[in-house]
Design a protein around this ligand. Structure first.
Ligand code: FAD
Length: 308
């Protein structure tokens, strides 16, 4: 990703990306990862496994399963990740949060993952359930950087952490948030995955700031294909992602036209990933919301084809 710097310098100097350059068909397709959430009901479980089956031939680098706020999906996350390890050839990654838990509880959860054959953890502080404050547990890991250090003591996990192109909402400043990202990587994480964003230049500028701060680990863009605009606006307000006016304008009037909405959604996401790809980004993390079609189509546009 260091190769981005000249492009970014031009961007920051005011040059805007014009028409996308033709795709370089000789370049290898990008690496992908897919994120799922653990299902609550049998019907959702079926939907998830159909989604996994559909996306698996795209040979993702790993697939991850989220952990509900405050650890509320502990059993379901564990069951889903363990089943991925047991029944598929995919590389599973378990999201693990430390908010509201003791160090022993978190370490035990990590040990159980290791015993189930899971070697990759997405290490997060997490958020307390709605309405309560995210104050550290007195006997717990206070921040994700502490969790990363703890996991390194438990076993030789591959560890990914979260990054925020628009700055984490509770961070004292963008610079402090970047210091925090560096701490997480210095403690032993090997990759950051970003919160999703709609303004591609925000991510590119963030990469430039990270490079200037001495961060050389991959910062993989989190891509959220928007299939439900209203829901995306609500999520975004909670996690601090800004929703540009142009996005609302594009979805305006599609409320009762799901097929038009899906076409608009794929065009928006395709434009975003192609712009990133044209800027040298060669790894993408998709928030699939357990629905395969948009992710599959966008992967196809990126040049990724199903493996036999
Ligand atoms: P941290 O890196 O610990 O940062 C939290 C805040 O504390 C930041 O504002 C940071 O700047 C600040 N901070 C850090 N260290 C210090 C310090 N020493 N002193 C003062 N301030 C400090 N949530 C879930 O519940 N389950 C999931 O599965 C999940 N998956 C996610 C996946 C991705 C890719 C992303 C981007 C987010 C995910 N989240 C998930 C959301 C995440 O848990 C929240 O954004 C949470 O508020 C912060 O988690 P973190 O790991 O970034 O925390």
């Amino acid at each position: 990703m260091n190769a981005l710097a000249p492009t970014l310098r031009r961007w920051l100097a005011g040059e805007r990306i014009g028409p996308l350059p033709p795709r370089n068909q000789a370049a290898p397709p990008p690496a992908l990862s897919f994120e799922f959430f653990p299902p609550k009901t049998e019907a959702l479980e079926e939907q998830l496994w159909a989604c996994i089956k559909r996306l698996a031939p795209l040979a993702p680098r790993f697939v991850s399963v989220t952990y509900g706020a405050g650890g509320s999906t502990h059993e379901r996350t564990h069951a889903t990740v363990s089943r991925l390890a047991r029944e598929t050839s995919l590389v599973p990654a378990a999201h693990l949060t430390c908010v509201g838990a003791t160090r022993e509880e978190v370490d035990d959860a990590a040990r159980a993952y290791w015993a189930a054959g899971v070697r990759h953890i997405v290490a997060l502080r997490g958020d307390a359930p709605a309405g309560s404050a995210s104050t550290p547990h007195p006997g717990g890991y206070a921040y994700a950087s502490d969790l990363v250090a703890g996991l390194r003591r438990v076993a030789d996990f591959e560890i990914s952490v979260a990054a925020y192109p628009e700055t984490h909402p509770a961070a004292p400043s963008p610079a402090a948030d970047l210091d925090n990202l560096k701490r997480k990587l210095d403690q032993g994480a090997t990759r950051a995955i970003t919160q999703y964003f709609f303004d591609t230049s925000t991510y590119l500028r963030f990469l430039d700031r990270a490079l200037a701060a001495g961060i050389t680990a991959p910062i993989v863009p989190g891509i959220m294909p928007v299939s439900n605009y209203g829901q995306a606006v609500r999520f975004s307000a909670m996690c601090g992602t800004s929703v540009p006016a142009w996005l609302g304008h594009l979805f305006e009037g599609t409320e009762n036209a799901p097929e038009i909405r899906r076409i608009v959604a794929s065009i928006v996401a395709a434009e975003q990933v192609r712009t990133l790809q044209a800027n040298g980004v060669d790894e993408f993390h998709f928030y699939t919301l357990n629905r395969p079609d948009l992710t599959f189509a966008i992967a196809h546009i990126l040049g990724v084809r199903p493996q036999a």
